[in-house]
Design a protein around this ligand. Structure first.
Ligand code: SAH
Length: 333
């Protein structure tokens, strides 16, 4: 719901200030229509149904995977594409993966979003509408900003959305912001200290390879990014989750595991998540399960906690960084 439009519409009608809060409470609890909002006057409900759509996003397409994963493709009012994913886990957790931008200005070479044109930052309402889409059908309890875009390039909107996510049942502690290592954003998180979790997309244990995979590394090199993460971790007293994509023959060799362990140390500041690669058109091949396991074992021997990420919704291209894959028209926009 476009919350600014709601505020303006209510103000134009001379409605009391508490109306916006009443409406938001309904929306955050998953209301499907204004009709349900029984504490609003009927005339107001009818007027809002026309003036302020329940979602600022148009739903273009949905896909459901056998493992319960759901993906939604949306368009903004100015026709920008974005996607979000709901993941259901066996232990009952329901986690939503949100986009912070339509497209992405960074050009990580392995990432499908990086290959499409950057559209724009999403507004707070557009971020929330992705989560609300899924909230209307089920409870949600975790959020990860691992969809399209770089959340630290749109931090005002992302943090404002985090505040409101609490009303949907997702506390900041259950919200993870994933970044390429955009240092000004990491520093701002350390200074303002919202209780969110921080995930860093690392993907290589040394600068030359990382710059090849993630050109942003030229601007913010590895050593500086890790130093900023350590400062965040000290301020927040929480570990940084390191995402390490497993690319066959590129970053999955024994020496690279040793280098990664040396770089991150065994003090518990960093926890590593090894991510099986979801093929896109970029030409990379994912490491085999055996190679991922061997890599994990080398890290573990050196005192670095590492887990292998479960792959969800693969047959619907629901994986992180792959949301735009096989959407021919998306890739071209
Ligand atoms: N820009 C942020 C958040 C969005 S990407 C970031 O880079 O962290 C979320 C995660 O998905 C990142 O770790 C990214 O490197 C990873 N990713 C990108 N493409 C992928 C692919 N094809 N398969 C698996 N993970 C991918």
């Amino acid at each position: 719901m476009d919350l600014e439009l709601l505020d303006r519409t209510l103000a134009d009608r001379g409605e009391p200030r508490f109306r916006a809060k009443q409406i938001w409470e309904w929306v955050a609890r998953g209301a499907q229509s204004y009709e349900e909002m029984t504490n609003l006057p009927a005339a107001l409900r009818a007027e809002l149904a026309v003036a302020v759509p329940l979602s600022a996003l148009g739903l273009e397409r949905e896909a459901h995977a056998r493992d319960g994963t759901e993906k939604a493709l949306f368009r903004t009012h100015d026709d920008r594409p974005l996607e979000a994913v709901l993941m259901r886990y066996r232990d009952g957790r329901r986690s939503v993966c949100l986009s912070s931008q339509s497209g992405c200005p960074l050009t990580c070479t392995f990432c499908a979003t990086g290959a499409m044109r950057f559209g724009r930052n999403l507004t707070t309402s557009e971020v929330l509408d992705q989560a609300l889409h899924f909230r209307r059908r089920s409870g949600i309890d975790h959020v990860v900003f691992m969809g399209m875009g770089e959340p630290l390039l749109n931090l005002d909107a992302v943090l404002a959305a985090c505040e409101r996510l609490r009303d949907l049942g997702v506390s900041a502690r259950r919200t993870a912001i994933s970044t390429v290592g955009w240092i000004p954003g990491i520093e701002r998180l350390a200074a303002e200290d919202p209780p969110v979790r921080l995930a860093l997309s690392l993907h290589a244990p040394e600068d030359a390879l990382r710059s090849e995979l993630m050109p942003v590394n030229e601007r913010y090199p590895l050593g500086d990014v890790l130093a900023a993460c350590r400062r965040w971790s000290e301020a927040r007293r929480a570990p940084v989750f390191v995402e390490y994509l497993m690319l066959d023959g590129v970053n999955d060799r024994y020496e690279q595991a040793v280098a990664l362990a040396g770089l991150l140390g065994s003090q518990g500041t960093f926890k590593v998540n090894l991510i099986p690669y979801n093929p896109t058109e970029a030409g990379f091949k994912g490491s085999s399960r055996a190679a991922i396991e061997a890599f994990r074992a080398v890290l573990a021997e050196r005192g670095l906690t590492a887990t292998v990420r479960l792959t969800r919704g693969r047959e619907i291209d629901a994986a992180c960084g792959q949301l735009a894959a096989r959407e021919g028209e998306l890739a071209r926009t």
